[in-house]
Design a protein around this ligand. Structure first.
Ligand SMILES: [Zn+2]
Ligand SMILES: [Zn+2]
Length: 213
């Protein structure tokens, strides 16, 4: 299973798997210019703008009239409002497996401040999982997958430092909410150790980047 990270993190998310599956669409259409022609499906996760950019979704639907869009129920109307025809939208249920012949997809429930999901992908006998923007991965297992694309947003130490600095400066610290909405490096590593096999590959996504550094 190969992956192409077009962008990851709060500035925008988009990852292409095996050239045909786009997960998240929080970037400009221009950033997709080299990849959009081969896509067969766009999998959306949640409504935050770094994952769901309406103008890009609209343009993709226009340029590629047969392109499919997959999401859970909380994004179906949003896709229609963005300009995608109902005929092109597949609305998934958490835990079910959807067979597209060349690949299969199954959404997993994640834990964020808005409804969110990740995706298990099955292609050419290989297994992959994509999960970002989640407070934890409890109850999710993916033993011996070929590819793990997992959020490692912050380290505990770094987050604590950022919180302390803001509080000392008398500023509001949005970081106080980060731990309940995002996965730490430590959580991601621990979960990977429980799940990875000898041949598994992983990549960390959605790392926090401080603009001041
Ligand atoms: Zn995000
Ligand atoms: Zn988010």
């Amino acid at each position: 299973m190969n992956y192409n990270i077009i962008s990851t993190g709060s500035q925008g998310n988009a990852v292409v798997v095996d050239e045909i599956i786009l997960i998240d669409c929080g970037i400009s259409f221009k950033a997709l210019k080299d990849v959009y022609k081969k896509l067969q499906i766009v999998l959306l996760t949640h409504i935050h703008a770094d994952h769901f950019k309406r103008s890009t979704i609209k343009r993709l639907a226009k340029e590629r009239p047969a392109l499919r869009f997959g999401c859970c129920e909380w994004l179906a109307n949003e896709l229609v409002e963005a300009g995608v025809s109902w005929r092109n939208i597949d609305v998934f249920e958490i835990g079910k497996v959807y067979d597209y012949e060349v690949f299969k997809v199954s959404p997993v429930k994640l834990y964020h401040n808005v409804p969110n999901c990740g995706y298990r992908l099955f292609t050419n006998g290989e297994k992959g999982i994509y999960a970002t923007d989640t407070g934890h991965l409890q109850g999710i297992t993916a033993k011996d997958y070929d590819l793990y694309m997992i959020e490692a947003n912050y380290t505990d130490e770094d987050l604590q430092e950022r919180i302390n600095a803001k509080l000392e400066a008398g500023e509001y610290s949005y970081e106080l909410n980060v731990a309940s909405r995002h996965l730490s490096h430590e959580q991601a590593s621990e979960w990977l150790m429980d799940n990875m096999g000898e041949k598994s590959e992983y990549v960390f996504l959605h790392a926090h980047k401080d603009k001041s550094r």
